[in-house]
Design a protein around this ligand. Structure first.
Ligand code: PLP
Length: 238
């Protein structure tokens, strides 16, 4: 009894830094468990820490923990937060995971290392032009609207093969990844499986799929990138 009381008194509360460090470790561990369960090699799924809406002090805690891949939804928000931060942490890989307007392409190509949301020819053309004139190395993923939702971006599954082919052959844009965001109330594995199939038949290496709620399933379906925000930083308040 005495022992339990002492334990209660000393009950330890983690600081925000410790929580973030701990969460990153937990997510990475769960990724490796899922990799093993699906007979995939260790460390073949990368963790994108989704830092949209998060303030600099919070992001720095993840950086200090060794996390170096981050995802942002808005070009403008990312510019404000990452322009200086990337100089301090030069190995950072920044992924654009939100919609991109053609008038922001120059900014995006200058700032991001991976653009995951290429969803139309006009945009692909603008990105290709910018990459080829600046010589900057940016990896390009196509976004597929696997659920064919009107409110979501992405090419429809039946148009994906032609889209990838046009990007590669006509626009000199090396698409080497696909991303999707499954509909909220549907079984995500159907969408992950569909994206995987499209990638396989187009010889596409990278699959960005899975968020906090379903990243373990995505790993089992072959995700090479999972995009996790809430499970690392906690619920978003904005
Ligand atoms: C916000 C966001 C995520 C992360 O979602 P969580 O549920 O917080 O893990 C992943 N991908 C995209 C495209 C997002 O916009």
């Amino acid at each position: 009894i005495q022992y339990n009381l002492i334990n209660m008194d000393l009950k330890y509360k983690m600081s925000e830094t410790e929580t973030i460090v701990n969460n990153i470790a937990l997510v990475k561990k769960a990724i490796n468990v899922a990799l093993k369960a699906s007979s995939r090699a260790e460390n073949t799924t990368n963790l994108v820490a989704v830092s949209k809406t998060r303030q600099l002090d919070v992001i720095k805690k993840a950086l200090t923990a060794g996390q170096y891949i981050f995802g942002e939804r808005s070009v403008q928000e990312a510019e404000g937060k990452w322009l200086d931060l990337k100089k301090v942490y030069p190995s950072t890989q920044l992924h654009l995971i939100g919609p991109l307007q053609t008038n922001k392409v120059a900014l995006a190509v200058g700032l991001f290392d991976v653009i995951e949301t290429i969803d139309r020819i006009k945009l692909a053309k603008a990105i290709s032009r910018q990459i080829n004139t600046t010589g900057r190395h940016v990896r390009c993923f196509g976004q597929v609207n696997t659920g064919k939702e009107i409110q979501k971006s992405g090419v429809f599954p039946e148009d994906a093969d032609a889209f990838v082919k046009t990007c590669r052959l006509d626009l000199n844009l090396p698409v080497d990844g696909l991303m999707c965001i499954p509909p909220k109330n549907e079984e995500p594995s159907l969408h992950f499986g569909l994206l995987r199939k499209i990638a396989d038949r187009n010889n596409i290496k990278e699959l960005s799929m899975g968020m906090s709620a379903d990243y373990k399933i995505a790993v089992q379906f072959g995700a090479t990138y999972v995009r996790v925000g809430t499970a690392i930083f906690g619920p978003r308040t904005v």
